[in-house]
Design a protein around this ligand. Sequence first.
Ligand code: F6P
Length: 545
Amino acid sequence: MSTLTQSPAWLALQTHQSVMSQIHLSDLFQQDNQRFNKYSLLFNDVLLDYSKQPVNDETIGLLLKLSQQQDLENWIKQLFQGEKINNTEHRAALHCALRGQDSLIIDGKDVAPEIESVLSQMTQFTESVRNGSLTGYSGKPFSDIINIGIGGSDLGPLMVTEALKPYCTANLTMHFVSNIDGAHLSETLKKVNPETTLFIIASKTFTSQETITNANSAKAWFLSSGGTEDTIADHFVAVSTNTEAVKKFGIPTKNLFLFWDWVGGRYSLWSAIGLPIALAIGMDNFNAFLTGAREMDQHFSTAPHEQNLPVILGMIGIWQINFFGATAHTILPYDQSLHSFPAYLQQLEMESNGKSVTRSGEMIDYSTSPVIYGEPGTNGQHAFYQLLHQGTQTISADFLAACQSHHPIGDHHNWLLANFFAQTEAMMTGKGENNKQTNKLDTFATAEAEQSALPPHKIVPGNKATTSILFKKLDPKTLGTLIALYEHKVFVQSVIWDINPFDQWGVELGKQLAGEIARELEHDALVTSHDSSTNGLINYFKTNR
Ligand code: F6P
């Protein structure tokens, strides 16, 4: 048994859960008509409603005792002071510094001027691309930008560029190529003209196989369709920490946008990795995006924890995962422009907190990151909500929506939001008047069927916890705030679980094995060096390719 699960705060929450799990969520609302006022928080334009969670004052008190016991306040300080809290890689995790901090000394050096200098390089570059003064080799302005990257060098910029389309004012079409499957690059190249296409090769390490393979093929395509070695510099820029590898690839250093090893891949969209975002929405909007995140940083580092959005969101997650047994968490943006938000959060949450050893290397005996998945509403309603309403798994959910639409046609937005509110209400109340005492469908269904003569398959037990996040409008600043909210929520949970959220050693093994197998695929001889399944699959591929 770990010290965490034997600690007083943890044990007190376990005892409290056995009481709270017996109370149906609808009853909590009947007992207290002030629940919404009590259990919702407003920061800037962002409203966080957690009143449809199985909490009361005692729950919040106990959750905050747990966060105190785990020294959350001190960890937050260490994060913002640039301490080397990424202990397995001996680095600070300084993504917050990218959103504007007057000065920050790392290893005896103030990093603020370097951040400022890359930002001004980005300003100059984006302005000249957007106003057409920087052109391709034939003198025509750029029409298409292709970002080649993967993981954090793709998901963040892709998600934000999609989400902020109404702010994409320049005459530029953005493309994102990540998959090493040749289809991704080929299909993209079919749509563009080499004379007016700008490639951004985005890779923190400049060693990711997918990115380097796609970048080499993009360069070969450029050279075979009118470009020359001399004009590569007009059409290729790089964003990386690896100056040497960028040079070796053939991109001159003047076309390199630097960032630093203290920016984790999945936290890098605030750095020059955000170049596609800045090209799409312009630097003023990009700065507003940074401001939104900075304001959330200030809130996170100063607000009392009971009024602190990331702390509350994080601790509600702990309550669901570690005490109610939620194994999955679903992200449901009622906003088509946030269609990539669940995929972005998959990396942020699962790559950060999908761990099973503590900071000091001990095995963990409690759950850490749940499976994150999601789809925009209302599409998800017609796909997987059935399981949320009547399935046997415990799954928690975040619903998100904007009050104002960028596309106010007819009554679409009212209908969209009507579905949001209806779903969270239905998940809480279920169908029938006596949905009490249990969230187990079979037990409840039998009791309900006896009382109401409803056949069991028609009974919806309700008592499904949801959190709602409403904001005024999805503008650059609000999106910055929202992303920082989730980043800090992930940090809060990592502190409770005593894990390092800033490394990702688990993904290394697969990369290493892929390299070895790729060499075996270079010839047709059958292989025998693996287990029988892997040998069988490789050999079937070799005989059928
Ligand atoms: O998948 C592992 C990972 O290292 C991510 O953490 C990272 O965002 C991604 O690969 C891409 O890495 P890079 O930017 O170095 O190409």
